[in-house]
Write a protein that binds this ligand. Structure first.
Ligand code: CA
Length: 291
């Protein structure tokens, strides 16, 4: 394991959505509560912050240019040149207390993202899939906090995290139709651990899961449910990992500083930072939205 480095001065309130865009060699991440999409170019070290004017849960690169964004009020596209936003669809106009949270594209170029309540702790969220023709269908209902998604390299399994359930679920995946079936628990986060949040997968099929209030990202074997390795972070609220970099061997990790007490802030001066570490493993870049 290499040394963990903090790579952005920006301290996010709620850093999330790390995403490596292989075709552009750019890294994107968001600060949900600050309405910001960050574009980081590790080649030049430059950072660009784009204010999208509402909460933004996640982003995904779009093959035709720009980004797909999951927002407080629906799913849309962000033009990276002009900063202009185009909303495609709001699947929850009747749920003003919900917002979009984590999401990403599947290997066939569909965009998957889910919602969560902004305050009340009721499972009023859902998981949605936007097809390449921009139609949106609801896939799961009764979701508490829709979070990490990953697909196995053979495209036959989808992994999903609904954070309050404290486990990672696997589904059989049909890459042709985007249908999921046969849900089962594959990793359990019991007492004494954090809450599973964002997730990514490496080339060996192992899952990397960020732990909210757990101070770490763990590498897990979904076949055995065993913890294989862990990366400790200097922040309790670890939100999401993503592999990136020219060789896809850098693990980027987002964190949050939201709702920390003054004492906790003093203990965690790097909370909200974006981190990077070489783990000795390689991942996959983000899939692009093909619509
Ligand atoms: Ca999250």
């Amino acid at each position: 394991m290499g040394e963990l480095e903090r790579i952005s001065e920006h301290a996010a309130t709620l850093g999330e959505g790390p995403c490596w865009h292989t075709q552009a060699q750019l890294f994107y991440w968001v600060d949900i509560e600050s309405n910001i999409v960050h574009v980081h170019d590790p080649g030049t070290g430059s950072n660009r912050a784009i204010d999208v004017g509402q909460r933004v849960g996640t982003v995904a690169p779009r093959a035709s240019g720009g980004l797909i964004v999951a927002l407080e009020n629906g799913i849309g596209a962000l033009d990276l040149e002009s900063g202009e936003l185009e909303i495609f669809h709001d699947p929850e106009p009747d749920k003003p207390n919900n917002r979009f949270n984590d999401g990403k594209c599947d290997p066939a170029g569909r965009f998957w993202a889910g919602t969560m309540p902004k305050s009340a702790r009721v499972p009023s969220g859902a998981l949605y899939c936007m097809e390449r023709d921009l139609s949106v269908r609801k896939v799961l209902d009764g979701v508490g906090v829709s979070n990490g998604l990953a697909w196995s390299a053979d495209h036959e399994t989808m992994y999903y995290i609904d954070t309050p359930t404290r486990h990672v679920r696997a589904f059989d995946y049909d890459i042709e139709t985007g249908e999921i079936a046969n849900p089962r628990k594959v990793i359990e986060f019991g007492e004494g651990r954090g809450y599973p949040d964002g997730m990514t997968i490496d080339t060996e099929g192992m899952l990397w899961v960020a732990e909210w209030l757990g101070w770490r990202v763990g590498r897990w074997d979904p076949a055995s449910g065993e913890l294989l390795e862990e990366i400790r972070l200097p922040a309790a609220k670890v939100t999401a990992p993503a592999f990136g970099g020219p060789d896809l061997d850098d693990l980027y990790i987002t964190t949050a500083s939201i709702d920390l007490s003054e004492e906790e802030k003093a203990e965690q001066p790097d909370a909200g930072g974006l981190f990077r570490v070489k783990t000795g493993h390689r991942g996959l870049g983000a899939y692009e939205f093909a619509g």
